[in-house]
Design a protein around this ligand. Sequence first.
Ligand code: C2O
Length: 490
Amino acid sequence: AVVEHTFNVGNFSISQLCQPPLIITAVNGQLPGPTIYAREGDTVVVHLVNTSPYSMTLHWHGVLQRGTPWADGPAMVTQCPVQPGGNYTYRFNVDGQEGTLWWHAHVSFHRATVYGALVIRPRGGAKAYPFPKPDKEHVVILGEWWNATVYDMERMAFLTGIPAPHADAYTINGKPGDLYNCSAPNQTAKFEVRQNGTYLLRIINAGMNTPLFFKVAKHRLTVVGADACYTKPYKTDVVVVSPGQTVDALMVASAGQRHGHRAPVLLRHDRAAAPRQAVGGAARRGHPHPEQLLCNRSAPPVFSSSMNNASFVVPKNTSLLEAHFRREPAGVYTRDFPDTPPVVFDYTGDESDNATMQFTTKSTKVKTLRYNETVEMVLQNTRLIAKESHPMHIHGFNFFILAQGFGNYDKRRAERRFNLVDPQERNTIAVPTGGWAVIRFVADNPGMWYMHCHFDAHISLGLAMVLEVLDGPTPETSVPPPPADLPRCS
Ligand code: C2O
């Protein structure tokens, strides 16, 4: 079937936390924006109509976009943004994916208010879930709220060099709840449950800069999915969700009075804690090539972040995918070719990072991958300033997490711990604080795929890179021509 929506991105005024009304940019005047419900195999068509004063793009976080790289959405990576007054139609399939994903703006900081859920049910509907059919489902979007416009935030970032002041509130479905001094009763998200009913909670962290812990008082959760991949069910009191990630969990409403209403409580947030993660998926075999060691850190006097010693900057006049499609990278990006030996850095998560690593170069360098090769990447978390668990997200792929740990990556010790049986499959991994993770995926999706930290502030600091996957042997395994309405750069 075809699931079709028109998303009018425009400004509207909202007042939260007893503050004077604030003009924010959102889809169809809603915060969060509309939930898209689809079934596996459906075609999703979204007409973006931009009535806001900003240039805009939409990204379908976690959708693999096989054969539809022009619909992925990150500004200047796969498209130039839609100018005020402009339109663009995103058209893609949700094949081979079931569970909870989401969508958000992918230009400047606009995803703070331009976001919503994307729910993909099995072809057979809710009765085809690989777990007991819930009585009801609830979308639970965790977010961050600032008493400031995106424009003010950007200006603040520009002036101070510190891009992410703490949120003024943490929200559930756009609402701050009653944890703050001044919240009206209608500013608390409420989910109706019945005694002994089973509920599927589709939990999304749409926050900008904070991993969040989610818990329902007096209840346990059974995690059944993450990032639209089913997991082996496991029970837990609390789930940790980093920005970009989703967790599907079943909850049996066992406590409280009959027909009671209760709202989940957002307990606390803590960047330093290690994520407890779900296990699932099937291991994919193959000989990994190439190996890459990616690092990130920040350095004075200007804060910046980098991967493999480069702070990524997007091009200004044309998108990377257009340059790739025209086979004209010159002047737009440079390549790190497939035959380049693996990059191995010997600096680590230690405090003793030496001074030579303090200055990054700004560049638009892509890692070029041959079609269908198995890629193994080691993500090593390093830092000079701040120690954090960076949620690294890759567009266009799910990857398997073979191993992760604290401290410095050690190839021999890590390989002994590889889970090749039932590793978890995700699109966003919270790399342990001061630690490492090894991921694998098959580069079977030609195009230009953004890979970045899902703390939004870190994207602007350069904690990003792009994977260029070359065409396969047939037209079906090659990047198709761009759609006629692809926005032009002004
Ligand atoms: Cu959810 Cu590149 O983003």
